[in-house]
Design a protein around this ligand. Structure first.
Ligand SMILES: NC(=O)c1ccc[n+]([C@@H]2O[C@H](COP(=O)([O-])OP(=O)(O)OC[C@H]3O[C@@H](n4cnc5c(N)ncnc54)[C@H](OP(=O)(O)O)[C@@H]3O)[C@@H](O)[C@H]2O)c1
Length: 426
């Protein structure tokens, strides 16, 4: 608990932590009470120093709720959007103090008090204005902070290639891995040319025994600062029809190999007292995903692994992050057998991940996806979430991948395995 509080309150001066707590209180307790429980006739709301009553006050509590909610989240993650909005909002309160005292009080005493409060809030606005460097998102200089080299698995296309590009742009030398030599070398060559960084390539299949050890050996003597465990693929369709070897591959690439590779690379990072490990998880790991059952289970493994390591490694100088993209515009969909359905650009996933690195155990790119995931995962019964996810997944698949359907229940005669004689769908 103490360590958790330390993580939550780290990276901000005490006065800013006080603002953060105030925002949490307003967003979670005061404004909901004000909105939903306080009688309309007693409701009052102040904006720009002007007092509103009744229904107008109720309506104007909504933007207050939004402001304090955004403030609570923004201070928690020290998001760049807080600057200049936080100092401007506090400045609005400072001006409001003078206006309010002038409009609604008599005599110089209360007006002087309003002016004093305005000065105090003005000073707070100034302090927030000067604190701009704190709202910087993620670590700026990854090379300085973590080390000279970055290892990116699955860098021949998609999110991995986007990670490699961004890390090269930040001046890190790279070790890139994938199975297909040609696209991997093309990515490496373009990064050497554009950014002048050193790029080494390793061709190999991370589902093969001994591959994690081979990668670890290849980077053993490097000042390895950033490890992006990104390689992966999906195989959508009815579980009962999937190729067992392919299912084994998914388990190995998404779960066993990242765990073993992290284990092999960590001692070097711990000895150097710095480093970072990122896992490209997936929103599919946040809940069961029928028709992507093994992929979803393996991504769930990755998520729990990364979030556990984040806590274990606090204070060692090694940061861990699981980035959980939703649908992303890469070759993944086509390779997994899904119908094409667009998605976020991979660069967005990379930007979000690097901003969150060192600040939190996991991150979901896109606030709407984040919100949807919180509702589905935290508010709905797990079984309902699975049904909803399954219904959506079925729409994203060609019909031949969806079957066999549960209509097999109607088949005559006892089927093996099921207590009611129906057995699993065949
Ligand atoms: N696109 C999405 O909608 C989405 C959403 C959430 C999470 N993700 C995750 O994002 C990661 C990257 O996928 P992507 O979307 O960028 O798809 P992608 O363009 O197909 O990239 C996958 C990368 O992983 C490599 N890879 C796959 N299997 C491998 C293996 N057995 N051994 C070594 N390398 C392997 C691929 O290279 P080779 O084929 O050359 O080996 C490729 O470089 C995956 O972990 C995926 O699960 C994707």
């Amino acid at each position: 608990m103490r360590e958790w509080l330390r993580v939550v309150f780290a990276g901000r001066p005490a006065w800013m932590n006080a603002i953060f707590l105030f925002c949490v209180y307003m967003a979670a307790i005061y404004v909901p009470w004000d909105l939903f429980l306080k009688p309309v006739e007693r409701d009052e709301e102040v904006w720009f120093g002007i007092l509103f009553h009744g229904t107008a006050a109720k309506l104007l509590a909504l933007p207050h709720w939004f402001v304090y909610g955004a403030g609570a989240y923004g201070f928690l993650r020290m998001r760049p959007f807080l600057w200049p909005w936080a100092p401007l909002y506090v400045l609005q309160i400072a001006i409001g103090m003078v206006v309010w005292a002038w409009l609604y009080t008599d005599g110089w005493g209360p007006r002087l008090a309003g002016a004093v409060a305005a000065v105090a809030f003005g000073a707070l606005a100034g302090a927030l204005h000067r604190a701009r460097p704190l709202f910087r998102g993620g670590p700026r200089n990854l090379r300085e902070r973590y080390g000279r080299f970055a290892l990116v698995t699955g860098a021949s296309s998609g999110i991995g290639a986007a990670f490699a590009r961004e890390l090269a742009a930040q001046g890190l030398d790279l070790v890139l891995t994938a199975r297909r030599a040609e696209p991997l070398e093309a990515v490496a060559e373009s990064l050497r040319r554009e950014y002048g960084v050193e790029v080494r390539t390793l061709v190999g299949d991370l589902a093969e025994p001994g591959e994690a050890e081979a990668v670890a050996d290849a980077v053993r003597d490097l000042d390895l600062g950033v490890v992006v465990q990104n390689a992966g693929s999906g195989d959508a369709g009815a579980f009962a029809t999937r190729d067992p070897d392919r299912l084994r591959e998914l388990c190995l690439v998404h779960a066993a190999t990242p765990a073993v590779l992290t284990r092999l690379l960590l001692p070097g990072m711990l000895a150097r007292g710095r480093g970072s490990v990122l896992f490209t998880g997936s929103l599919a790991g946040a809940q069961p995903l029928p028709w992507h059952a093994v992929y979803s289970a393996a991504k769930g493994f990755q998520r729990l692994l990364g979030e556990a390591l984040f806590v274990e490694l606090r204070g060692t100088g090694v940061d861990v992050l699981v980035v959980e993209p939703g649908t992303t515009r890469t070759a993944f969909q086509q390779r997994a057998g899904e119908l094409p359905h667009g998605g976020d650009p991979p660069e967005e996933v990379v930007r979000t991940a690097l901003e969150a690195l060192g600040r939190q155990p996991s991150v979901i790119p896109g606030w709407l996806r984040w919100l949807r995931t919180q509702v589905v995962v935290r508010l709905l019964p797990r079984s309902l979430a699975a049904f909803l996810a399954g219904a959506r997944m079925r729409r994203l698949l060609p019909p031949e991948r969806v079957g066999p359907l549960p209509t097999a229940r109607a088949a005559p005669g006892p089927a093996p395995g099921g207590p009611d004689g129906a057995g699993p769908p065949a």
